[in-house]
Design a protein around this ligand. Sequence first.
Ligand code: SF4
Ligand code: SF4
Length: 442
Amino acid sequence: MNNTLSNTHSTPCHVMAKPSGAMCNLACDYCFYLEKEQLYPERKADWRMSDDTLERFIRQYIDAQPGEYVEFAWQGGEPTLLGLGFYQKVVALCDKHSQGKTVGHAFQTNGVLLDDAWCEFFAKHQFLVGISIDGPKELHDHYRVTAGGKGSHDKVIGALALFKKHQVEFNVLTVVNALNAQHPVAVYQYLKSLGAKYIQFIPLVERVVSDAETVLSFASPEQVTNQVTPESVLAKDYGAFLNAIFDVWVASDVGEVFVQTFDSTLASWLGRPPGVCYFAERCGHSFALEANGDLYQCDHYVYPDYRLGNIHQSTIAQMNQSSEARAFGEQKSASLNDKCKGCKYLSACYGGCPKHRFVGTGVGKPDHNYLCEGYYQYFSHTERAMKLMCELLTNGHPATEVMPLLKQERQGALLKSGLKPLGRNSPCVCGSGLKYKRCCGS
Ligand code: SF4
Ligand code: SF4
Protein backbone atom coordinates (compact mmCIF):
# COMPACT_ATOMS: atom_id res chain seq x y z
CA MET A 1 0.00 0.00 0.00
CA ASN A 2 0.98 3.61 -0.47
CA ASN A 3 1.77 5.16 2.88
CA THR A 4 2.80 8.53 1.49
CA LEU A 5 1.44 11.19 3.80
CA SER A 6 -0.31 14.12 2.15
CA ASN A 7 -1.39 15.93 5.28
CA THR A 8 -0.97 13.75 8.32
CA HIS A 9 -3.63 14.14 10.99
CA SER A 10 -5.94 16.33 8.89
CA THR A 11 -8.77 13.80 8.60
CA PRO A 12 -10.32 12.26 11.69
CA CYS A 13 -11.09 8.57 11.54
CA HIS A 14 -13.16 6.08 13.42
CA VAL A 15 -12.04 2.57 14.27
CA MET A 16 -14.36 -0.20 15.35
CA ALA A 17 -12.10 -2.47 17.39
CA LYS A 18 -12.73 -6.21 17.49
CA PRO A 19 -10.40 -7.44 20.23
CA SER A 20 -12.08 -10.85 20.30
CA GLY A 21 -12.10 -11.11 16.49
CA ALA A 22 -15.17 -13.02 15.32
CA MET A 23 -15.48 -15.09 18.53
CA CYS A 24 -18.97 -15.03 20.00
CA ASN A 25 -20.99 -16.85 22.64
CA LEU A 26 -24.06 -16.73 20.40
CA ALA A 27 -24.53 -18.23 16.96
CA CYS A 28 -27.17 -15.93 15.48
CA ASP A 29 -28.49 -17.48 12.27
CA TYR A 30 -27.97 -14.29 10.30
CA CYS A 31 -24.56 -13.18 11.60
CA PHE A 32 -22.16 -12.12 8.84
CA TYR A 33 -19.17 -11.80 11.16
CA LEU A 34 -18.89 -15.26 12.74
CA GLU A 35 -17.40 -16.77 9.61
CA LYS A 36 -14.62 -14.15 9.47
CA GLU A 37 -12.64 -16.49 11.73
CA GLN A 38 -12.01 -18.46 8.50
CA LEU A 39 -9.77 -15.57 7.43
CA TYR A 40 -7.51 -16.29 10.42
CA PRO A 41 -7.24 -20.09 10.75
CA GLU A 42 -3.92 -19.69 12.59
CA ARG A 43 -5.63 -17.65 15.35
CA LYS A 44 -8.30 -20.19 16.28
CA ALA A 45 -6.66 -21.02 19.62
CA ASP A 46 -5.21 -17.55 20.09
CA TRP A 47 -8.04 -15.20 19.19
CA ARG A 48 -7.51 -12.59 21.91
CA MET A 49 -5.93 -9.24 21.12
CA SER A 50 -2.50 -9.26 22.77
CA ASP A 51 -1.39 -6.63 25.29
CA ASP A 52 1.15 -5.33 22.79
CA THR A 53 -1.45 -4.91 20.02
CA LEU A 54 -3.88 -3.29 22.43
CA GLU A 55 -1.40 -0.69 23.65
CA ARG A 56 -0.21 0.00 20.12
CA PHE A 57 -3.83 0.49 18.98
CA ILE A 58 -4.71 2.84 21.83
CA ARG A 59 -1.60 4.96 21.35
CA GLN A 60 -1.96 5.14 17.56
CA TYR A 61 -5.71 5.79 17.59
CA ILE A 62 -5.46 8.71 20.02
CA ASP A 63 -2.54 10.04 18.03
CA ALA A 64 -4.49 9.79 14.73
CA GLN A 65 -7.30 12.12 15.88
CA PRO A 66 -6.86 15.81 15.12
CA GLY A 67 -9.53 16.86 17.63
CA GLU A 68 -9.63 16.92 21.40
CA TYR A 69 -12.20 14.13 21.75
CA VAL A 70 -11.47 10.50 20.93
CA GLU A 71 -14.17 7.86 20.89
CA PHE A 72 -13.27 4.20 21.09
CA ALA A 73 -15.76 1.62 19.83
CA TRP A 74 -15.47 -1.96 21.10
CA GLN A 75 -17.29 -4.66 19.20
CA GLY A 76 -16.93 -8.21 18.00
CA GLY A 77 -17.73 -11.01 17.75
CA GLU A 78 -18.62 -10.49 21.38
CA PRO A 79 -16.26 -8.12 23.20
CA THR A 80 -17.22 -9.27 26.73
CA LEU A 81 -15.52 -12.64 26.01
CA LEU A 82 -12.21 -10.97 26.87
CA GLY A 83 -13.32 -10.42 30.45
CA LEU A 84 -13.55 -7.27 32.50
CA GLY A 85 -9.80 -7.23 33.20
CA PHE A 86 -9.13 -6.48 29.52
CA TYR A 87 -11.23 -3.29 29.62
CA GLN A 88 -9.72 -2.24 32.96
CA LYS A 89 -6.43 -2.34 31.05
CA VAL A 90 -8.07 -0.34 28.24
CA VAL A 91 -9.06 2.45 30.61
CA ALA A 92 -5.58 2.54 32.21
CA LEU A 93 -3.89 2.64 28.79
CA CYS A 94 -6.19 5.41 27.60
CA ASP A 95 -5.19 7.46 30.67
CA LYS A 96 -1.55 6.77 29.95
CA HIS A 97 -1.70 7.78 26.27
CA SER A 98 -4.49 10.39 26.25
CA GLN A 99 -2.20 13.35 25.46
CA GLY A 100 -4.69 15.48 27.41
CA LYS A 101 -7.55 14.56 25.05
CA THR A 102 -10.95 13.48 26.35
CA VAL A 103 -11.57 9.80 25.72
CA GLY A 104 -14.99 8.14 25.48
CA HIS A 105 -16.01 4.53 24.94
CA ALA A 106 -18.87 2.87 23.08
CA PHE A 107 -19.37 -0.86 23.63
CA GLN A 108 -21.61 -3.13 21.56
CA THR A 109 -22.70 -6.38 23.22
CA ASN A 110 -25.28 -9.14 23.05
CA GLY A 111 -25.65 -8.73 26.85
CA VAL A 112 -25.35 -12.42 27.69
CA LEU A 113 -22.36 -12.16 30.07
CA LEU A 114 -23.19 -8.88 31.75
CA ASP A 115 -23.43 -8.83 35.54
CA ASP A 116 -23.18 -6.29 38.36
CA ALA A 117 -19.40 -6.00 38.04
CA TRP A 118 -19.57 -5.20 34.32
CA CYS A 119 -22.33 -2.64 34.81
CA GLU A 120 -20.56 -0.95 37.74
CA PHE A 121 -17.54 -0.65 35.47
CA PHE A 122 -19.58 0.79 32.56
CA ALA A 123 -21.24 3.33 34.82
CA LYS A 124 -17.99 4.33 36.54
CA HIS A 125 -16.15 4.89 33.25
CA GLN A 126 -19.17 6.26 31.39
CA PHE A 127 -19.20 3.65 28.65
CA LEU A 128 -22.14 4.04 26.28
CA VAL A 129 -23.38 0.49 25.84
CA GLY A 130 -25.23 -0.66 22.75
CA ILE A 131 -27.27 -3.80 23.28
CA SER A 132 -28.67 -5.96 20.51
CA ILE A 133 -32.35 -6.84 20.68
CA ASP A 134 -34.61 -7.70 17.77
CA GLY A 135 -37.98 -7.26 19.47
CA PRO A 136 -40.25 -9.27 21.79
CA LYS A 137 -39.08 -12.74 22.86
CA GLU A 138 -40.65 -14.69 19.98
CA LEU A 139 -39.06 -12.37 17.39
CA HIS A 140 -35.70 -12.00 19.13
CA ASP A 141 -35.23 -15.71 19.87
CA HIS A 142 -36.00 -16.76 16.33
CA TYR A 143 -32.50 -15.91 15.09
CA ARG A 144 -30.49 -14.73 18.10
CA VAL A 145 -29.59 -18.09 19.60
CA THR A 146 -26.71 -19.97 21.23
CA ALA A 147 -24.82 -22.70 19.34
CA GLY A 148 -27.26 -25.13 20.98
CA GLY A 149 -30.24 -23.21 19.59
CA LYS A 150 -31.32 -21.61 22.90
CA GLY A 151 -32.79 -18.11 22.72
CA SER A 152 -30.95 -15.17 24.29
CA HIS A 153 -33.86 -12.80 24.92
CA ASP A 154 -34.10 -13.36 28.70
CA LYS A 155 -30.40 -12.59 29.14
CA VAL A 156 -30.88 -9.30 27.31
CA ILE A 157 -33.76 -8.39 29.59
CA GLY A 158 -31.55 -9.24 32.58
CA ALA A 159 -28.83 -6.95 31.22
CA LEU A 160 -31.31 -4.11 30.75
CA ALA A 161 -32.41 -4.45 34.38
CA LEU A 162 -28.76 -4.16 35.43
CA PHE A 163 -28.34 -1.04 33.28
CA LYS A 164 -31.23 0.52 35.13
CA LYS A 165 -29.85 -0.53 38.52
CA HIS A 166 -26.39 0.90 37.82
CA GLN A 167 -27.56 3.82 35.65
CA VAL A 168 -25.60 2.67 32.62
CA GLU A 169 -26.18 4.79 29.54
CA PHE A 170 -27.38 2.52 26.73
CA ASN A 171 -28.93 2.38 23.30
CA VAL A 172 -30.53 -0.51 21.47
CA LEU A 173 -29.60 -1.95 18.11
CA THR A 174 -32.24 -3.90 16.25
CA VAL A 175 -31.37 -5.91 13.16
CA VAL A 176 -34.34 -5.63 10.80
CA ASN A 177 -34.72 -9.06 9.27
CA ALA A 178 -37.24 -11.09 7.28
CA LEU A 179 -39.27 -11.85 10.41
CA ASN A 180 -39.40 -8.78 12.64
CA ALA A 181 -39.90 -6.56 9.57
CA GLN A 182 -43.47 -7.93 9.54
CA HIS A 183 -44.15 -6.47 13.02
CA PRO A 184 -42.86 -2.90 13.04
CA VAL A 185 -45.19 -1.36 15.61
CA ALA A 186 -44.91 -4.32 17.99
CA VAL A 187 -41.10 -4.10 17.79
CA TYR A 188 -41.06 -0.35 18.37
CA GLN A 189 -43.57 -0.37 21.24
CA TYR A 190 -41.64 -3.21 22.85
CA LEU A 191 -38.32 -1.36 22.67
CA LYS A 192 -39.99 1.68 24.20
CA SER A 193 -41.50 -0.45 26.96
CA LEU A 194 -37.93 -1.53 27.85
CA GLY A 195 -36.96 2.09 28.37
CA ALA A 196 -35.05 2.48 25.09
CA LYS A 197 -34.62 6.14 24.18
CA TYR A 198 -31.99 5.70 21.45
CA ILE A 199 -32.75 3.12 18.79
CA GLN A 200 -30.79 1.99 15.75
CA PHE A 201 -32.42 -0.10 13.05
CA ILE A 202 -29.93 -1.97 10.87
CA PRO A 203 -31.34 -3.65 7.75
CA LEU A 204 -30.11 -7.22 7.31
CA VAL A 205 -28.85 -7.71 3.76
CA GLU A 206 -26.47 -10.56 3.07
CA ARG A 207 -25.92 -12.60 -0.08
CA VAL A 208 -24.88 -16.21 -0.41
CA VAL A 209 -22.23 -17.63 -2.72
CA SER A 210 -21.41 -21.11 -3.81
CA ASP A 211 -17.90 -20.27 -4.94
CA ALA A 212 -15.40 -23.04 -4.23
CA GLU A 213 -12.56 -20.51 -4.28
CA THR A 214 -13.67 -18.61 -1.21
CA VAL A 215 -13.59 -19.67 2.42
CA LEU A 216 -16.53 -17.36 3.18
CA SER A 217 -20.12 -18.31 2.44
CA PHE A 218 -21.50 -14.77 2.39
CA ALA A 219 -20.73 -12.93 -0.84
CA SER A 220 -17.99 -10.30 -0.92
CA PRO A 221 -18.74 -6.98 -2.65
CA GLU A 222 -17.07 -8.18 -5.87
CA GLN A 223 -19.03 -11.38 -6.25
CA VAL A 224 -21.87 -11.07 -8.71
CA THR A 225 -25.06 -12.49 -7.30
CA ASN A 226 -28.29 -10.97 -6.12
CA GLN A 227 -29.39 -14.01 -4.14
CA VAL A 228 -29.91 -12.81 -0.60
CA THR A 229 -30.06 -15.06 2.47
CA PRO A 230 -33.54 -16.12 3.66
CA GLU A 231 -33.05 -14.02 6.81
CA SER A 232 -32.45 -10.81 4.82
CA VAL A 233 -35.18 -8.19 4.82
CA LEU A 234 -37.00 -7.49 1.55
CA ALA A 235 -36.59 -3.92 0.32
CA LYS A 236 -40.29 -3.17 0.31
CA ASP A 237 -40.67 -4.63 3.80
CA TYR A 238 -37.86 -2.46 5.09
CA GLY A 239 -39.60 0.64 3.72
CA ALA A 240 -42.93 -0.41 5.23
CA PHE A 241 -41.20 -1.16 8.56
CA LEU A 242 -39.65 2.31 8.77
CA ASN A 243 -42.86 4.01 7.64
CA ALA A 244 -45.07 2.29 10.21
CA ILE A 245 -42.68 3.20 13.01
CA PHE A 246 -42.25 6.73 11.71
CA ASP A 247 -46.02 7.27 11.87
CA VAL A 248 -46.09 6.26 15.53
CA TRP A 249 -42.98 8.26 16.36
CA VAL A 250 -44.01 11.46 14.61
CA ALA A 251 -47.42 11.35 16.27
CA SER A 252 -46.20 11.05 19.84
CA ASP A 253 -42.50 10.48 20.44
CA VAL A 254 -40.56 13.32 18.80
CA GLY A 255 -38.03 14.64 21.35
CA GLU A 256 -38.60 11.61 23.60
CA VAL A 257 -37.31 8.71 21.54
CA PHE A 258 -34.43 9.07 19.08
CA VAL A 259 -34.44 6.74 16.11
CA GLN A 260 -31.11 7.07 14.35
CA THR A 261 -32.55 6.68 10.83
CA PHE A 262 -35.12 9.44 11.41
CA ASP A 263 -32.55 11.79 12.98
CA SER A 264 -30.26 11.12 10.07
CA THR A 265 -32.93 11.92 7.46
CA LEU A 266 -33.89 15.10 9.29
CA ALA A 267 -30.22 16.14 9.33
CA SER A 268 -30.04 15.56 5.56
CA TRP A 269 -33.14 17.68 4.95
CA LEU A 270 -31.50 20.40 7.06
CA GLY A 271 -28.38 20.18 4.88
CA ARG A 272 -26.30 18.77 7.71
CA PRO A 273 -24.19 15.60 7.69
CA PRO A 274 -26.37 12.57 8.42
CA GLY A 275 -25.50 10.39 11.42
CA VAL A 276 -25.78 7.19 9.38
CA CYS A 277 -22.89 6.42 7.03
CA TYR A 278 -25.25 4.70 4.55
CA PHE A 279 -26.83 8.08 3.78
CA ALA A 280 -23.65 10.16 3.68
CA GLU A 281 -22.26 11.50 0.40
CA ARG A 282 -18.91 9.84 1.11
CA CYS A 283 -17.97 7.01 3.36
CA GLY A 284 -14.59 5.78 4.44
CA HIS A 285 -12.21 6.61 7.31
CA SER A 286 -14.42 4.33 9.39
CA PHE A 287 -12.22 1.30 9.84
CA ALA A 288 -12.47 -2.10 11.47
CA LEU A 289 -9.55 -3.47 13.49
CA GLU A 290 -9.12 -7.21 13.84
CA ALA A 291 -7.56 -8.75 16.96
CA ASN A 292 -4.13 -9.25 15.32
CA GLY A 293 -3.88 -5.57 14.32
CA ASP A 294 -5.13 -5.85 10.72
CA LEU A 295 -7.01 -2.71 9.72
CA TYR A 296 -9.83 -2.93 7.14
CA GLN A 297 -11.66 -0.20 5.22
CA CYS A 298 -14.94 -0.80 7.06
CA ASP A 299 -16.74 -3.31 9.26
CA HIS A 300 -18.75 -4.26 6.14
CA TYR A 301 -15.58 -4.74 4.12
CA VAL A 302 -13.55 -7.21 6.17
CA TYR A 303 -12.28 -9.06 3.09
CA PRO A 304 -8.63 -9.59 2.08
CA ASP A 305 -8.88 -7.04 -0.78
CA TYR A 306 -9.91 -4.31 1.64
CA ARG A 307 -7.17 -4.78 4.22
CA LEU A 308 -5.25 -1.53 4.55
CA GLY A 309 -2.37 -2.94 6.58
CA ASN A 310 -1.46 -3.90 10.11
CA ILE A 311 -0.79 -1.56 13.01
CA HIS A 312 2.45 -3.43 13.73
CA GLN A 313 3.79 -2.30 10.34
CA SER A 314 2.04 1.06 9.69
CA THR A 315 0.33 3.55 11.96
CA ILE A 316 -3.41 4.21 11.92
CA ALA A 317 -2.64 7.84 10.98
CA GLN A 318 -0.65 6.67 7.95
CA MET A 319 -3.32 4.23 6.83
CA ASN A 320 -6.02 6.83 7.39
CA GLN A 321 -4.24 9.25 5.07
CA SER A 322 -3.37 6.63 2.46
CA SER A 323 -4.61 6.97 -1.09
CA GLU A 324 -6.48 3.64 -0.66
CA ALA A 325 -8.49 4.94 2.30
CA ARG A 326 -9.35 8.18 0.52
CA ALA A 327 -10.29 6.40 -2.71
CA PHE A 328 -12.58 4.00 -0.82
CA GLY A 329 -14.49 6.92 0.70
CA GLU A 330 -14.79 8.79 -2.60
CA GLN A 331 -15.93 5.71 -4.47
CA LYS A 332 -19.34 5.86 -2.81
CA SER A 333 -20.44 8.93 -4.76
CA ALA A 334 -18.09 8.43 -7.72
CA SER A 335 -19.80 5.13 -8.53
CA LEU A 336 -23.41 6.36 -8.32
CA ASN A 337 -25.45 5.18 -11.27
CA ASP A 338 -27.74 7.36 -13.41
CA LYS A 339 -30.86 6.23 -11.60
CA CYS A 340 -29.52 7.55 -8.28
CA LYS A 341 -28.06 10.68 -9.87
CA GLY A 342 -31.52 11.56 -11.16
CA CYS A 343 -33.34 10.60 -7.96
CA LYS A 344 -35.42 13.14 -6.07
CA TYR A 345 -34.00 11.86 -2.79
CA LEU A 346 -30.34 11.68 -3.76
CA SER A 347 -29.27 14.21 -1.11
CA ALA A 348 -30.95 12.15 1.64
CA CYS A 349 -29.80 8.75 0.41
CA TYR A 350 -26.70 8.99 -1.77
CA GLY A 351 -27.37 5.52 -3.08
CA GLY A 352 -27.07 3.83 0.33
CA CYS A 353 -24.19 1.57 1.35
CA PRO A 354 -22.03 0.45 -1.59
CA LYS A 355 -22.10 -3.11 -0.21
CA HIS A 356 -25.81 -3.23 -0.95
CA ARG A 357 -25.45 -2.12 -4.57
CA PHE A 358 -25.83 -5.40 -6.40
CA VAL A 359 -29.10 -5.31 -8.34
CA GLY A 360 -29.47 -4.36 -11.98
CA THR A 361 -31.36 -1.38 -13.41
CA GLY A 362 -31.44 -2.76 -16.94
CA VAL A 363 -28.43 -0.64 -17.91
CA GLY A 364 -24.81 -1.75 -17.42
CA LYS A 365 -23.57 -3.93 -14.58
CA PRO A 366 -25.68 -4.60 -11.47
CA ASP A 367 -24.82 -1.58 -9.33
CA HIS A 368 -28.07 -0.44 -7.80
CA ASN A 369 -28.98 -0.57 -4.13
CA TYR A 370 -30.97 -3.63 -3.16
CA LEU A 371 -32.91 -1.53 -0.61
CA CYS A 372 -33.83 1.24 -3.07
CA GLU A 373 -37.53 0.44 -3.26
CA GLY A 374 -37.78 0.59 0.53
CA TYR A 375 -35.64 3.72 0.82
CA TYR A 376 -37.72 5.51 -1.81
CA GLN A 377 -40.98 4.59 -0.04
CA TYR A 378 -39.52 5.82 3.25
CA PHE A 379 -38.17 9.11 1.92
CA SER A 380 -41.43 9.94 0.14
CA HIS A 381 -43.63 8.85 3.05
CA THR A 382 -41.70 10.99 5.56
CA GLU A 383 -41.06 13.99 3.30
CA ARG A 384 -43.97 16.13 4.45
CA ALA A 385 -43.26 15.69 8.18
CA MET A 386 -39.51 16.10 7.68
CA LYS A 387 -40.07 19.36 5.82
CA LEU A 388 -42.37 20.58 8.58
CA MET A 389 -39.73 19.79 11.22
CA CYS A 390 -37.08 21.60 9.14
CA GLU A 391 -39.31 24.64 8.90
CA LEU A 392 -39.91 24.60 12.65
CA LEU A 393 -36.23 24.23 13.49
CA THR A 394 -35.04 26.89 11.06
CA ASN A 395 -37.58 29.31 12.56
CA GLY A 396 -36.37 28.66 16.10
CA HIS A 397 -39.15 26.29 17.17
CA PRO A 398 -38.60 22.83 18.62
CA ALA A 399 -39.19 19.88 16.30
CA THR A 400 -41.70 18.56 18.84
CA GLU A 401 -44.24 21.11 17.55
CA VAL A 402 -44.65 18.87 14.52
CA MET A 403 -46.85 16.56 16.62
CA PRO A 404 -49.77 18.98 17.29
CA LEU A 405 -49.43 20.40 13.77
CA LEU A 406 -49.87 17.00 12.17
CA LYS A 407 -52.70 16.17 14.54
CA GLN A 408 -54.54 19.32 13.48
CA GLU A 409 -53.95 18.42 9.84
CA ARG A 410 -55.33 14.92 10.35
CA GLN A 411 -58.41 16.19 12.16
CA GLY A 412 -59.03 18.76 9.42
CA ALA A 413 -58.71 16.08 6.76
CA LEU A 414 -61.09 13.81 8.65
CA LEU A 415 -63.72 16.52 8.99
CA LYS A 416 -63.38 17.31 5.29
CA SER A 417 -63.84 13.66 4.38
CA GLY A 418 -66.99 13.39 6.49
CA LEU A 419 -65.48 10.55 8.57
CA LYS A 420 -65.79 10.71 12.35
CA PRO A 421 -62.58 10.98 14.37
CA LEU A 422 -61.78 7.87 16.43
CA GLY A 423 -63.14 7.69 19.98
CA ARG A 424 -60.58 7.55 22.81
CA ASN A 425 -61.53 3.95 23.56
CA SER A 426 -61.55 2.71 19.96
CA PRO A 427 -58.78 0.35 18.89
CA CYS A 428 -55.88 2.34 17.46
CA VAL A 429 -55.56 2.28 13.66
CA CYS A 430 -51.85 1.41 13.87
CA GLY A 431 -52.83 -2.18 14.61
CA SER A 432 -51.16 -2.44 18.04
CA GLY A 433 -54.38 -3.70 19.63
CA LEU A 434 -54.21 -0.90 22.23
CA LYS A 435 -56.94 1.66 22.84
CA TYR A 436 -56.45 4.85 20.84
CA LYS A 437 -55.96 6.93 24.00
CA ARG A 438 -53.11 4.67 25.17
CA CYS A 439 -51.42 4.30 21.81
CA CYS A 440 -49.53 6.33 19.28
CA GLY A 441 -52.11 8.87 18.16
CA SER A 442 -51.97 7.77 14.51
S1 SF4 B 1 -33.78 6.10 -3.15
FE1 SF4 B 1 -32.98 4.62 -4.63
S2 SF4 B 1 -32.66 5.79 -6.54
FE2 SF4 B 1 -32.85 7.26 -4.85
S3 SF4 B 1 -30.73 7.68 -4.24
FE3 SF4 B 1 -31.54 6.04 -2.89
S4 SF4 B 1 -30.93 4.13 -3.88
FE4 SF4 B 1 -30.71 5.74 -5.42
S1 SF4 C 1 -19.16 0.90 3.11
FE1 SF4 C 1 -21.27 1.03 3.89
S2 SF4 C 1 -21.10 0.56 6.09
FE2 SF4 C 1 -19.02 1.05 5.35
S3 SF4 C 1 -18.76 3.27 5.75
FE3 SF4 C 1 -19.52 3.04 3.63
S4 SF4 C 1 -21.75 3.23 3.79
FE4 SF4 C 1 -20.96 2.79 5.86
